[in-house]
Ligand binder design. Sequence first.
Ligand code: C2O
Ligand code: CU
Ligand code: CU
Length: 557
Amino acid sequence: MIRRDFLARTLSVAVASLFARNVFAQHSMHDMHGMSGMSDMDDMPGMSPSHPRPPAGQKAAALAPETALPAGAPLAALRKLANESSEPGVFRATLVAQPERRQLMPGHPTAMWLYGDAPQGPTSSRTAGPLSGPLVGPLIDVREGDTVEIRFVNRLPQPSTIHWHGLPVPPDQDGNPTSPVAPGASHVYRFTLPPGSAGTYWYHPHPHMMSAEQVFRGLAGPIVVRAADDPLAAFPERHLFFSDLKLASDGSVAPNDMMDWMNGREGQFVLVNGARRPRIIVAQDERWRLWNGCNARYLRLSLGDTLTFTQVATDGGLLAAPRDGLTELLLAPGERAEIIVRAGAQPAAAVLTAAAYDRRKMTMTKGGSLPADPAKPLADVRFEPGASAAAPAVPATLRPIAPLLSSSGHTIETGSPTPQKSVVFTEAMDMSAMHRPGASMSALPAGMRFMINDASFDPSRIALTSRRGEVEVWSIENRTDMDHPFHLHGTQFQVIARERGGASTAEPFLAWRDTVNVQPGEVVCIATVQRDAGERMFHCHILEHEDLGMMATLKVV
Ligand code: C2O
Ligand code: CU
Ligand code: CU
């Protein structure tokens, strides 16, 4: 690393630490009665006088107000990652992860980490890069049967990987935390998309204990896999990639504070294709692909109580049959969906909103919980139906989905009894360690443990073993006090039933998913099968929890 750059980074880490301390103090004040005076925090270990301090009277801790980012621009289309190959059936491209600056708040450029298709010159000259440009990683738009070959260039100051969230790629091509790409190094990922894999996916970094930070600094991008025979091909498509951004008042990306680590980070801004509250005009019926690329924010999407839409797909592609008449759809972090939004007969307006949702966020006192997340407007939608020709219809059957399990709970493929596996989410909070001065100063905070089957993630440990090709039933039980979205790599699964308080509710429709929310006290049963030998991760997709250990390794033999 070039010295100037190293100094800049050291400085920003020191400032970030100071910043974290102040946010910590602010956030936690009301939960910390009975603690010794907050002035203790001024003598924290590690805060030697040689560290820079913000000038007296300047509140480094303040977050930018919610109006700091301009709103109301037309929704930007996602840029596509260019295919460098002219061979049919081959998609070859380069993805560079690098520091870049963006002018989001007028007058205060934000240093981010972004995916692009070309390096922006030497890392040390990054301050010279363009201040405008996309935030969301380029769309990888490919077809079933394609061989995908992506050269990843890591120009970050940390190791990274690219994980192809939801895609059935070979385990050694899936960007596992045990296969890091060093700063300055590059790596080629190669995989072929099998028939039936059409759907809406995404990619993001997955390095050991640094995934949350790399995603909240901006690294995430969409993938669309298309089928040759798509029954909805006649609908014009719109893409809404949701991400979350937490900015300090000086325009910098705020570091995680204790509450962010405990509950998962939510910024004051939810961006749609990289912009706050864009404007969408719907002139004819449209197919929307939706991605929840937020670290931790749940999106209970709604266009208002009276405006209905039709869900046509989940994470792993089309449903067997459309789900009509929905007024809301919950997308947990990491989840995707496709919906048909109708232009209607009259001009009208609606606000695409993340409605209030209570995921039981905790406080830093034992047993305490925070109020529900309030509703948040995401985009302004105007319906301006034209006098155009008849709209395409949504067929009553979208595609066949074969159940993995028979109604008697046997494996359909072989008729044999299905092996069972149990996954239990637990957490352990050491409140005194969390409240100890300096607890939030380190990269990962003290006092919080998030576990699967009683253990925090250990890269050298195999938690579960499966046989390739064998259908299994997994029960995923949440014994914590808050929601956690369960995610399994390398395959799509079917939710069979959800149990709570001894009562089991069969899942009302068949769908392919790779991420499913599990509420406190709930057990979600899924049927799943892995097709390739190797190591697969499963984890909570609140990325702070994943980094803090709520992840484990499945070995497929
Ligand atoms: Cu989207 Cu293991 O992650
Ligand atoms: Cu994944
Ligand atoms: Cu979690």
